[in-house]
Design a binder for this molecule. Sequence first.
Ligand SMILES: Cc1cc2nc3c(=O)[nH]c(=O)nc-3n(C[C@H](O)[C@H](O)[C@H](O)COP(=O)(O)OP(=O)(O)OC[C@H]3O[C@@H](n4cnc5c(N)ncnc54)[C@H](O)[C@@H]3O)c2cc1C
Length: 366
Amino acid sequence: MRVAIIGAGIVGSTCAYYLSKEKINITVFDHGEGQATKASAGIICPWFSKRRNKAWYKMARLGADFYSKLVEDLENDGYASDFYKKTGVFLLKNDESKLEDLYDIAKARREESTLIGDLKFLSAHEARERMADFSGAGRLIFAEGAARVDGQKLVDNLLAAAKVNRISKKVDIKKLGHAYEIDGQIFDKVILATGAWLGQILEPLGYEVDVRPQKGQLRDYIIADKNTGDYPVIMPEGEFDIIPFSDGRVSVGASHENEMAYDLSVDNDLLDSYRRESEQYLLSLKNAKIAKARVGIRAYTSDYSPFYGQLETLENVYVASGLGSSGLTTGTIIGYDLAMLLSGNETILNPSDYPVDRYVKKKDSL
Ligand SMILES: Cc1cc2nc3c(=O)[nH]c(=O)nc-3n(C[C@H](O)[C@H](O)[C@H](O)COP(=O)(O)OP(=O)(O)OC[C@H]3O[C@@H](n4cnc5c(N)ncnc54)[C@H](O)[C@@H]3O)c2cc1C
């Protein structure tokens, strides 16, 4: 069986890694430009969400848990897992009653999500005992189990461990009888993990896809002489978060821009404004050096739900998209489940809770 995966963000790379364990011949095609995964902030902390969508929450909670399996599997295969670190989170709100609400939500969820770990209020003084240059004021919630993921490192490690054929280009797909032609090669099965670009690849095959692009940008800074690797993620109220990585790298962002289509330009005024505001939470950002800006495109469905599974009307084609702003949390479990579906093994989630046909429709059936 020859399998093609188009798209090597978090979904395509995780799928490639777990399919490679089934001894299946896989080729991964990835254009890479605008990829959400490598531009992401990388916060894994779904437990404070107020979304009412139970299927989404189940996916997000189990997706956060899934990182421990992924880390273990990669380590057993001899690959580094330094893309993932459980650092905890500082969650801040201007209104104290909102903080109480969120605490109650997460506390109730801790029974089924033990990963949350220690969950408590901290004063600004107690927060500074954990993170000396934290400069916020007022109470905050600390949740021990929150993590940060370096999206670029994650996909690099997964693809290296998968040992698949990799082709870096934008491709399209043609149906040839019961098979598919991609870049001059023939494949029996195809996985479309193309994120916000799913509509573009399926449109020539006669499909309409309910996925819209949303631009997100953030900036990486380098803070000299600070051991930022152990710093918690800081989530203040509002648009941006502060995500410390190792070696003094700290990311600040990200924007959620709905009317920008697939635009990848950097808006320095916007990123400067995030920086100014972020200094009130992490003082050392004041003298930090700018490393680089990152821009990526998120994929949203009209009801904000992700979907994945087999495309019933196009044999042997599997798709996933619509991961929105929580795709670093849900992406690995979706990639794993897609690999299980294709290889005929048991999935973790029930794919019928995330139905593809709600979002991908054949034009002549509309
Ligand atoms: C700025 C930003 C911050 C974020 N922060 C967080 C966060 O803190 N926590 C969280 O959980 N989530 C976060 N997200 C969301 C998360 O990053 C995405 O939901 C997730 O990465 C989507 O993964 P994906 O594999 O579906 O798509 P992508 O990562 O976008 O990958 C799709 C890949 O397919 C390729 N492709 C598309 N069409 C073709 C083609 N025709 N030929 C070849 N290749 C093609 C693209 O080039 C791309 O590389 C953030 C996103 C952004 C943009």
